[in-house]
Design a protein around this ligand. Sequence first.
Ligand code: GKR
Ligand code: MG
Length: 452
Amino acid sequence: MDMEQKGTPVVTEMQVIPVAGYDSMLMTLSGAHAPWFTRNLVILKDSAGNTGIGEIHGGDYTCEALKSCIPLVVGQPTGKYRTILSSIHKAGTRAEGDDGEGIQTLDISKLKFVVKAEWAIECALLDLLGKHLELPMCELLGDGRQRDEIETLGYLFYVSEKEKAHPDLSYLDEGSSSDPWFKLRRQEMLTPERIVEQAQVLHEKYGFGNFKLKGGVFEGAREMDAIRALKKAFPKGRINLDPNGAWSLKEAIEICKPMEGILTYIEDPCGPESGFSSREIMAEFKNAVNLPVATNMIATDWRQFYHSAALRSVDIVLADPHFWGFGGSVRMAQILNDWGLTWGSHSNNHFDVTLAAFAHVAAAAPGNPTALDTHWIWQDGQNLLEDTPEIINGYLQVPKKPGLGVTLNMKRVMEANELYNSLPSHDRDDTMAMQYLIPDWKFDCRKPSLVR
Ligand code: GKR
Ligand code: MG
């Protein structure tokens, strides 16, 4: 027996399973969410008989990228997970169509270049390694486990009237559910009153006291009415608005200045303009307005972060592990903490494998992270796990078992794969549903989606 065989177990199999789930007609600058969303699952098996899992964004591009990694993963010892990831990076080339702009203008077609498929493999490898070492994944990251539960925010969205897209697009109707949140979440909610109702029902179910409203839908001033109403209903709550860079610098200053003391922070208020990058524009915004600024758009890799930090464009970096990697996201948390800045994570629609992964990354983030984003509340019930981590009193519970600490329900996974295979397209397209609300609607990163 050679040294390698004596060490950690060897990966014997890697499966990539694309899956889909249902969503509400959620509104954002990029349009309206379709009735479904897609993700990719990675399932690894090792020579000790363990299973490791990871989840990442959907779409054919990411699915193919994952499949192309199989020869670099199978046959390797799990303890060499860093070398495995490094070999994947070395084999990678810049994709055709990737102009390096990232998502600073929320062009959703570029999200796939910011998401890195291999982080789902990193997650599955850390799951296997944790099982081998009999340690939860968060113990393998950064300085190890910092906390057992993660403060999480209620991610509020304006929701449009799905009937307008019927029968071409059929969104779920949960109007007869006995769960007040499930009953509410597919209905139209476009006024400040209905946004407050959304927050109250979420507070009842999950205990959230902090909220983020997805903006970029109405004029900024109108969205601030919803923020004021939320602050009135939750005076102690940390309330944040994210228009995804929809406003010009001038507008952003005008809209946000009166909100000092009401908003806890503002996320990506403005984007690139007049030949200046969004990092420069957000630095000017920060000079003018006394509000902390968060981003998941202008610092999505280390090179962008270097410029953001040099310009002091942001206070809170929402370092989503699907963009930065698990090790990378925690590395960011360590740096931000050492520098007196704040870590958090951004999310897109996801299943509960990602929910468990978020829990471990946030458990290993030192300091005082901001409340974590998650879209899970819009998907809750479509569980792919036997043991989905719970959100109790506004805190996501970190799984205690080794590795990721959760188990796939393969029947549910194969149903989600069937749904995926039945879809007309696998890529996120927020324009399609928008056409039913405003005919011939086109994305414009400077116009809120319902302002045309
Ligand atoms: O789900 O529509 C959405 C969000 O707008 C998402 O695409 C963003 O990436 O949640 C995200 C954000 O914080 O910017
Ligand atoms: Mg954001």
